[in-house]
Ligand binder design. Sequence first.
Ligand code: G
Ligand code: G
Ligand code: MN
Length: 529
Amino acid sequence: MHLTPGKNPRLWAALAGVLVVALPVLLAMRLASQQSQQQQERQAARLAAEVLNRSNEISRQIGRAQVALTLPTLQPCSPLHLQLMARMTAENPLIVAFGYVREDRLLCSTFGHHGAGLPIGAPDYRSRLNRDVRAARPLPGITNTQLVMSTEPVSGYTAIIHPDTALNFLTGDQNISLGVYNTTSKQPIAQRGSFDPDWAQHLNGKSEVQFFSGKHIVAFKHSDRYDFAAYAAIPVEEMDRGTAGLILLLVPLGIAAGFVLALLLFRYTQHRLSVLWHLRRTLRRRDDELFLVYQPVVDLNTGRWVGAEALMRWRRADGTLVSPDVFIPMAERNRLIGKITAEVIRLFIRDLQAVLREYPHFRVSLNFSASDLEDPDAPQRLHQAIVEAGLRHGNVQVEATERGLLDAERTRKVLRSLQDLGIRIAIDDFGTGYSSLSYLTTLKVDGLKIDKSFVETIGTDAATSQVVAHIIEMGKSLQLTMIAEGVETAAQADYLRARGVHHAQGWLYAKPMGATELAEGLKRQAGSA
Ligand code: G
Ligand code: G
Ligand code: MN
């Protein structure tokens, strides 16, 4: 059991599964908290607007009653005045009472005559509409409730308001703060719940603001006619409660989405695992689903086939071809490449034993992977197969990719043993790996395959088009046999030949073909010689 996920697809899948479930849940929670915040912001704005409406309506009712109660012919505190105040009180339901004030005393009101007058103290401030406002006053002998009194100083006309009138529409939710704030006196006129003077700073001349104070979501709206603003403040705990509610709704959805994703991922891994499973089975059964094709290597000077590269193919029972770019890396990841290579050895001998006896100088190239090059038994196995088939070691060349040579220390021994046996070594895909070039001098390889990505640039002005010339120069100075891969045009062949490259492989000459076709081709060549 591997504990690092590196090579264990099941562990990867499990990790991915956990992520795939957790991610939608986290998203759901984040969405829930965003939703809740937006919801609370909307509610704060709605409540502030309602408070403002009511405050405006109070102001409107004060103005409406004033017309009747300040007629010049009306004698203050006369029976007619008292009668009119009673009537105005009945008709303006947001006003507790009307009254008549002189020298800080309420002389009469809806409640009747007050003799020498009830002392109500000096006004707290004068509003922008020129009213003397007393913010919290009891009516001695009538009520201890702190009432708001708004007096028109010239006529003495006074409206008495209960501070809760604009706020008491909200019955539940005691956590929510509401209030009316006078922007002239910079004081709250009416207030329910907490109020922080800092909140009012945000208003700063604007008609409305909305902000998060750190503890509350606050909405402030200024009256467009009067000098007050209404606010509503919803504490974060409310928001969290909203989030919790939404989480209860969204998280199960997230989990469901996660499971659907996990299922899809599971099915995908199952598919991958099943390709792997089939690869294992076909390797075990040797059922001919895996077979080799051979791409001829030609001598650039004579055009004759001097060898071929064995390339593995996998045709599944249902007829589908699986690309080696898929199953070779898959085999490498799952420690199956040794079995693939063993199969390559078995198949090339089965396919070409007779051909190689007939053409003893023909050379077959086999692709070795990194793990083959690190396997100390690999040379012995290849040696045994060659000897048993009655072939010569010179009939075989091993292609090692630069990636395979990364661990130079471990591969050195294997390469040395192969060479000691007389098997040639060529570096495959030269120039595309990441390793340093130093191995070329220390490993003493025999050949160099110039990768087709460089051959492609011949005759173009691609930035890398100079590279191929350098590779050739280097190969020459190290006296390596050079094989150009992917040669598709006569111009490329001419260029390579002119520079002294020996061999070439590519569609210009031949595509990979079956063993029978290869044998026929060789026979044709021998006949024409
Ligand atoms: O010819 P084709 O397009 O199938 O080659 C694709 C890749 O698969 C090439 O890089 C080639 O080196 C690799 N490949 C083909 N056959 C084998 C094989 O038998 N063993 C290894 N290790 N790689 C192979
Ligand atoms: O093992 P290596 O990576 O060298 O594999 C060579 C690959 O290049 C094989 O997949 C083979 O089919 C492919 N190939 C061979 N000749 C040509 C060619 O002339 N042009 C192109 N585009 N691909 C080629
Ligand atoms: Mn190759």
